[in-house]
Design a protein around this ligand. Structure first.
Ligand code: AMP
Ligand code: MG
Length: 327
């Protein structure tokens, strides 16, 4: 089976082609173009969708060329149908719908968060993990039970990616800022006390964001270091509690923030205490990409013949825990 996957939930427009043989998947191509807002500004949904419209033909044709596949050789097309920014989601959906109807290829709407998890499992070999999804759009701790991903804990306000990006922008970095903050934090070891907010199995980051902005005038590096230490310790605490409660023997981290070395260092220590295997999505595939969507569509094609064009919806707030996973 050969699939095309289209990702366009937020800053990234990406197309990927994967080949599925039994349970094995091979990435034949994965091409991306990322919208970058001006320094200090966040994603403007209209501007991002214009970016995606402008670059979608180039990304698609490069993806087909690199994979050496013609459109009529595709068995399925999948696209990220949510959650995400409406104007951005619509670009991916329109490209997918046009190709599917013109070439008569089955089409699959895919939940973006599920895409992160399924590609993470494919690339790491994790079988039954507790999942930490930390990205621009999500902060969730998830465990799979009875055909659904159950949310064990999540953020009550902004996500881990958002606190990093919003703080980074406030000190002049261009979004996404996680890597800049990670680099600057390396030059400090001076921890300044910041609010630590864990509520049950959930976390709250908005107070931490305001407090970090309030200490930045002394030293940007100390602020970055203290922000990371506090936010990642909060995440580590709830992950540890979830591991103890669920008894899972695997932890998988997916989402763009998985690229952060300090976060994975802290979580590796948690795993060691619980004799739990540690898996992390490879940095190249941790953030949003077409491969996530393509692989999930290919998995769904085992049990579904695609959907009719009138059901090729986009849903800005499509929660992962409402998706039934039958394959
Ligand atoms: P995604 O939404 O999955 O594409 O992830 C994007 C998020 O990952 C943004 O908030 C980035 O700032 C964040 N990110 C990317 N690289 C790093 C890093 N090295 N450390 C922390 N956050 C990162
Ligand atoms: Mg994402």
């Amino acid at each position: 089976m050969i699939g095309l996957g289209i990702e366009s939930t937020a800053h990234t427009f990406s197309c990927a082609i994967l080949e599925k043989n039994g349970n094995k998947g091979k990435i034949l191509s994965d091409v991306r173009k990322i919208y970058r807002p001006p320094d200090g500004e966040g994603i403007h949904p209209r501007e991002a969708s214009r970016h995606h419209l402008e670059f979608s033909p180039k990304v698609l044709s490069q993806c087909l060329q690199e994979a050496k596949i013609k459109i009529n050789e595709l068995d399925i097309i999948s696209y990220s149908a949510g959650p995400g920014l409406g104007p951005c989601l619509r670009v991916g959906a329109v490209v997918a719908r046009s190709l599917a109807s013109f070439y008569n290829i089955p089409i699959y709407p895919v939940n973006h968060a599920l895409g992160h998890i399924e590609l993470g499992k494919l690339l790491t070999g994790a079988k039954n993990p507790l999942v930490l999804l930390v990205s621009g759009g999500h902060t969730m701790i998830l465990a799979f039970l009875n055909k659904q991903w159950r949310v064990f804990g999540e953020t009550l306000d902004i996500t881990l990616g958002q606190i990093l990006d919003q703080f980074g922008r406030s000190i002049g970095f261009a979004s996404p800022c996680g890597k800049n903050i990670e680099d600057l934090a390396l030059s400090s070891s001076n921890y300044i006390l910041l609010p630590y907010s864990v509520k049950g199995n959930d976390v709250s980051f908005s107070g931490l964001l305001s407090a970090t902005k309030a200490i930045v005038s002394k030293s940007k590096a100390d602020a970055c270091f203290s922000l990371q230490e506090t936010a990642f310790a909060m995440i580590s605490e709830v992950v540890e509690r979830a591991l103890a409660f669920t008894g899972k023997k695997e932890l998988l981290i997916v989402g763009g923030v998985a690229a952060n070395k300090r976060l994975s260092e802290m979580l590796q220590k948690v795993c060691k205490r619980h004799t739990c295997k540690f898996f992390i999505a490879p940095a190249k595939y941790a953030g949003d990409c077409g491969s996530q969507i393509c692989w999930t569509g290919l998995l769904e094609s085992k049990v579904k013949q695609g959907v009719s064009l009138k059901d090729t919806f986009v849903t800005q707030s499509w929660r992962l825990d409402s998706v039934i996973v039958n394959y």
